[in-house]
Design a binder for this molecule. Structure first.
Ligand SMILES: Cc1cc2nc3c(=O)[nH]c(=O)nc-3n(C[C@H](O)[C@H](O)[C@H](O)COP(=O)(O)OP(=O)(O)OC[C@H]3O[C@@H](n4cnc5c(N)ncnc54)[C@H](O)[C@@H]3O)c2cc1C
Length: 512
């Protein structure tokens, strides 16, 4: 029997999840990727003889992948080896002030008590309780929903829904909410940083994003072989279910016939027909006409001022000394408000940035010896990579500021030019065109922003969107949820529109 044919553009995590889910259901899946390897932002950069994870490094919400694999009769843990981290992250403000957060809440309470006193520790407990409540309220009607609306959120609980609205804190900024939990400004800074996981400023994002703190407390895992291995495992899994993945293929246009998506045209002129198409590119590229003017209307444009954060990253292999690194480390700037003001109001790299360092050879509590180690150093930056060039001199000035913050906190990194590769907003804009280098789609500024991300279905029948710039938002597990949602919507539509579905679909699929 002929099978329904699906073309997926992009092997970001969302595209891979869609491919995995649809191929497992027996559809004929072709995935087209411009790059040479799967993963999109989840990429590795070769440095010397090593490969450094240069995109996401913090893996959370593993249940998303447990469910994906289980739905196709597989066990995630058999394919991807995960190790839970005991220390979630080490935070530093100077050479003395350090605070670790632990997966075990009681240990974090104790550490916060030692760091900032028992009253702050008690307030941290309240923060944990409230961030968990936000997550619990939103998991079903928002994270797992194909396309949520405020009406839907409230309607699902009737009058109870209305009463619960203040509990998800949509109308106060994260910063002001944190000020009521924590009197110590360093703790506000630490927990405010979770807004940046969604590419946003804690001064403008709603306090609802406190739920990210809960997500992290639920567990952070390291992946054997690095985060990029997750992309390889998904790509390999999709292939074993029969998907074809072609690398080095630049898709120039989504083809339509009688108003319905019917395939794609590659930049080299090749046409591939399909019954449905999933685009895993950034929404900004779709709205910007990079897939043809006919498909612009599939997504609303993201105004420049609504772009999320970009970053400057340094992927390097180097010796370090002076600071006991954990796997995840954050070194804070002295003026958080000025940092976000620089990025969002002045569109410039912060004068003094907060610096994240992922020491990738360090598992859980283990401290590596004197050998050179794989590091990703990251600072947040404005998404102006389509208007600003970032020449070598500027990148070096930024490096001096970032590595200067590390030195102020006691960490010296022996940075060798031949063992270091920087990536700027201009580079990210080249990798993810039309974004300016924004890495998380639209920023989550203001309480309505989360409802402005498009869902999987578009105005063009047969065309679906998936990725971190769509609902439910950025981050590896969230983008994965969008990929799952695109696959589920596509199957539901094929079943409902086809008089006699061509595909003998295996198994069942739901969006939850
Ligand atoms: C430096 C950095 C650090 C991050 N840290 C974390 C973290 O610690 N934890 C976390 O959960 N998230 C993190 N994120 C965010 C996370 O990586 C992303 O939200 C997620 O990976 C996005 O996946 P996606 O499905 O949107 O696809 P993307 O990764 O955006 O990939 C899209 C793919 O589509 C391809 N494509 C686009 N257009 C075309 C075309 N025309 N033809 C062919 N192919 C095309 C691209 O080449 C690309 O491979 C980080 C991101 C970055 C960059």
């Amino acid at each position: 029997m002929a099978r329904d044919r699906v073309v997926i553009v992009g092997t970001g995590i969302a595209g891979l999840v869609s491919a995995f889910a649809l191929a497992a259901r027996g559809l004929e899946v072709t995935v087209l990727e411009r790059g040479a390897a799967p993963g999109g932002k989840m990429r590795q950069i070769p440095i010397g003889t090593s490969r450094v994870d240069s995109g996401p490094t913090v893996f959370t919400m593993r249940w998303v992948f447990d469910e994906l694999f289980a739905a196709s009769g597989r066990n995630f843990a058999d394919h991807v080896r995960l190790r839970p981290l005991d220390v979630l992250a080490r935070h530093a403000w100077d050479a003395q002030a350090r605070l670790d957060l632990f997966a075990d809440e009681a240990r974090s309470v104790e550490a916060i008590g030692d760091f900032a006193g028992p009253a702050e520790a008690a307030r941290y407990r309240a923060f944990c309780r409230d961030s968990k409540r936000i997550y619990d309220i939103l998991e079903q009607p928002f994270l797992r929903a194909a396309l949520p609306s405020m009406g839907g959120l409230l309607g699902s609980g009737g009058i109870r829904g209305l009463l619960r609205l203040p509990q998800i804190k949509p109308f106060s900024s994260m910063w002001s909410a944190l000020s009521s939990y924590f009197h110590d400004p360093r703790l506000r800074q630490l927990f405010g940083r979770y807004a940046t996981y969604c590419g946003s400023s804690p001064f403008q994002a709603p306090a609802t994003l406190m739920l990210v703190a809960h997500v992290e407390r639920e567990g952070v895992w390291s992946i054997e072989g690095g985060m990029h291995f997750l992309a390889q495992a998904l790509a390999g899994g999709a292939e074993t279910f029969g998907a074809t993945i072609r690398y080095g293929q630049d898709v120039a246009e989504v083809l339509t016939s009688a108003g319905r998506a019917c395939g794609v045209r590659l930049a080299n002129g090749e046409r591939i027909s399909a019954d449905a198409v999933i685009l895993n590119a950034d929404v900004a590229a779709v709205a910007g006409g990079l897939f043809g003017s006919g498909t612009r209307r599939a997504a609303a444009a993201i105004p420049r001022e609504a772009r999320s954060l970009s970053a400057i990253t340094w992927s390097l292999v180097a010796n370090t000394e002076g600071f006991p690194l954990r796997r995840h480390n954050v070194f804070f700037s002295r003026d958080y408000a000025a940092e976000f003001d620089d990025i969002f109001a002045r569109e410039r790299v912060p004068g003094e940035p907060t610096v994240y360092v992922c020491a990738q050879d360090r598992e859980a509590d283990a401290i590596a010896g004197a050998a050179a180690e794989k590091l990703l150093v990251l600072i947040n930056a404005p998404a102006n990579g389509d208007r600003h060039g970032y020449d070598a001199a500027e990148v070096e000035r930024c490096a001096q500021r970032a590595f200067g913050v590390l030195e102020r906190c006691g960490l010296r990194i022996d940075r060798q030019p031949q063992m270091t590769q920087a990536t700027t907003p201009a580079d990210f804009n080249r990798l993810f065109p039309a974004t300016g280098g924004a890495l998380y789609g639209r920023s989550s500024h203001g309480w309505t922003a989360s409802f402005q991300r498009p869902g999987a279905r578009t105005k063009i029948p047969g065309l679906y969107l998936a990725g971190g710039s769509t609902h439910p938002g950025p981050g590896v597990p969230m983008a994965a949820l969008s990929g799952r949602s695109a696959a589920a919507s596509l199957i539901a539509d094929l079943v409902s529109t086809s008089p006699s579905p061509r595909t003998a679909m295996r198994g069942g699929m739901s969006t939850r």
